[in-house]
Write a protein that binds this ligand. Structure first.
Ligand SMILES: [Zn+2]
Length: 250
């Protein structure tokens, strides 16, 4: 059976069928607490054969569980924002920021920066630390472009993505999975565990719960249980695993 879900590390530029018409679920961890991460893993593991790429922001006890699931790839999600503001809490240089995360997941080969921060020099650092796939280009699905991965002049593989949960919320773009996926395109989708857990419908709960990021008890009170939100959107993507290779024929 041909799998429709793939991980970023599965991309082979020489083999179109390693990415064309495939779905790449990516998760920007964004410092979500362990309970939230476990909640999202539980949701994914309700479905069969879901492959996903997690972009890690910090060391966590949940890492062991993430590494145990062979369908998961663990990449890194470096935050260069502090550095740009003259704050050295995450490292004194771009290389230090990357190195710290690579010491947590030394085998990582995929990266997406927090806020998509990128530059030629940052890419050179990614390569120096062993990273091979850079997922920092966002080209929205409504631009109607068919997307594909390509080799950047530096040698890194650029992997564009076309949908992100909080951008869909900000753009008030109603979610329908068949609207965003294309059979002739690479389909890289980006979710945040925090928004999945909150089942966000707007940014209100997210912004109001920012100070309780690690206080699961308090966080729970902000969860939306009334309307269709990010968790429902996420599940509608996961449900494709039930149709799998027949998906494009329907
Ligand atoms: Zn982020």
């Amino acid at each position: 059976m041909k799998e429709i879900f793939k991980r970023i590390c599965d991309i082979d530029l020489g083999k179109k069928d390693s990415w064309q018409g495939k779905i790449f679920l990516t998760l920007d961890v964004d410092w979500a607490c362990d309970e939230v991460l476990n909640y999202v893993i539980d949701v994914i593991e309700e479905y069969k054969n879901i492959k996903a790429t997690w972009f890690l922001t910090h060391n966590t006890d949940v890492l062991e569980r993430l590494l145990e699931n062979k369908n998961f790839e663990i990449g890194i999600h470096p935050n260069f924002n502090n550095l740009l503001e003259g704050n050295f809490s995450l490292g004194r240089s771009k290389d230090e920021v990357i190195k710290k995360l690579m010491s947590i997941v030394p085998d990582a080969i995929s990266v997406r920066s927090h806020s998509m921060t990128q530059s030629s020099q940052i890419i050179d650092n990614f390569l120096k630390r062993g990273l091979k796939f850079d997922c920092n280009h966002f080209i929205p699905h409504h631009s109607q472009n068919s997307l594909f991965p390509w080799k950047h002049w530096s040698g890194i593989i650029k992997v564009p993505y076309m949908w992100e949960d909080d951008i869909a919320i900000l753009e008030k773009d109603p979610f329908k999975v068949s609207k965003i996926l294309k059979s002739d395109s690479i389909n890289v989708i980006d979710f945040h565990p925090h928004h999945i857990f909150l089942n966000s419908i707007d940014m209100r709960a997210y912004n109001e719960s920012k100070n309780f990021y690690s206080n699961f008890k308090k966080l729970k009170k902000y969860r939306n249980n009334q309307k269709n939100g990010v968790e429902n959107w996420f599940r509608s993507v996961l449900e494709i695993s039930n149709e799998d290779s027949n998906y494009w024929k329907n």
